[in-house]
Design a protein around this ligand. Structure first.
Ligand SMILES: [Zn+2]
Length: 360
């Protein structure tokens, strides 16, 4: 490997997931979480000389460490149930799309009843109508989880840093919900695997343009996994809308171990990098023994999914701040939707981390 690289875990199984677009405000749109993303990242890694590692295959039970078993079972069977119910023919929808949601204020204090109709079951675990399930969605999501778990295993085995090229992304998937183009939480699985492997305290730093509401949910009550995120202010009208505010600091034993740093649309590099420095300081204060980076690059200028306007140099500088933590590090791919720049942004960030000596 060239000196400015480290191993990258990638699998072609990501191609099994073709969401076939999104339904946004009731309108089918092409969507941006497309198959090409995974291949463009792979091409850029290979061209830069990263060693490409094939992930181990983990049993479905490994997902239980951070996810509700019933949700995992749902994801595994939803597409087949949808097809068996005939929706691809009538009304002509070949992806699983919800139309009703069991809002807590509508069903609270009553026994939960799983709906009989697959069309209604589609609303039980997802937060939105933009995260469709197709024939290979669960297989690809499980393969992305395999990438993250393999990267964690390699770091536990002594690798200073490993990148997991996860697709679909994961940080909007919580213990018992999925959404925002995410199904299984790859970063949370990696963090839990590091804990299970003997690391006392793990820090998850999330650079994706959007708040990782799923990762926050999974670790909100825990002090052993810090969650620290910089993201576009949900109060300015951005996904995930309902959470991601600065006053969400964790609960019970986890109070003080959740750090949200919302930044304004169009903020550009300086405020974003100041927030990244805050997140790194939080990881240091927690005395973290290992780091998971949710590496979304959708904050980049020109990305269709965010208004932050971060420059490639901004991502490199953020990587240098992370490297200075001197922690064993698992990078997990999250968003990044500017297909012309995606591969370069990811590789540039990882190379900057390696060049800054991002190793213990
Ligand atoms: Zn994002």
């Amino acid at each position: 490997m060239p000196p400015s690289t480290f191993p990258a875990v990638w699998t072609e199984r990501h191609r099994l997931h073709d969401p076939g677009g999104e339904v946004w405000v009731g309108v089918p749109i092409p969507g941006t979480e497309v198959v090409a993303r995974g291949d463009l990242i792979h091409q850029a890694l290979a061209a830069a000389g990263f060693e490409i590692v094939v992930p181990d295959v983990h049993p479905p039970s490994s997902l239980r460490r951070v996810h509700d078993q019933a949700m995992v079972d749902y994801l595994r069977t939803a597409y087949d149930d949808w097809v068996a119910a005939g929706y691809p023919q009538d009304p002509g929808q070949d992806r699983v799309v919800p139309y009703v949601f069991p809002l807590p204020q509508a069903v609270a204090d009553r026994p939960f009843r799983l709906p009989t109709a697959p069309s209604a079951r589609a609303g039980v675990y997802t937060t939105d109508t933009t995260t469709l399930i197709g024939p290979g969605t669960f297989a690809a999501a499980a393969a992305a989880a395999d990438c993250a778990l393999t990267a964690a295993r390699m770091v536990l085995g002594g690798a200073p840093a490993v990148y997991a090229a996860c697709r679909p992304p994961g940080h909007h998937a919580g213990r018992a919900f999925f959404g925002g183009s995410c199904y299984l939480n790859n970063a949370a699985l990696a963090a839990q695997a590091l804990r299970d492997g003997g690391v006392d305290r793990v820090a998850v730093i999330d650079l994706d343009a959007h708040h990782g509401n799923g990762t926050q949910d999974i670790f909100y009550d825990r002090a052993d996994v810090l969650y620290a995120s910089v993201h576009v202010d949900p109060g300015a009208g951005w996904f995930p809308h309902f959470v991601g505010y600065a006053d969400e600091v964790g609960r019970g034993p986890g109070e003080g171990a959740n750090h949200n740093r919302p930044v304004a649309p169009g903020c550009g590099d300086p405020p974003w990098l100041a927030a990244v420095a805050d997140l790194c300081a939080a990881a240091t204060a927690q005395r973290a023994g290992a780091l998971v980076v949710s590496l979304g690059v959708d904050g980049a200028a020109g990305d269709p999914e965010s208004p932050l306007g971060i420059s490639p140099d901004g991502f490199r500088r953020a990587a240098e701040s992370l490297a200075h933590l001197r922690l064993p590090t698992v990078f997990v791919q999250e968003g990044g939707y500017d297909l012309g720049r995606l591969g370069g942004l990811v590789v540039g960030t990882l190379e900057a981390f390696a060049a800054a000596g991002g190793r213990p």
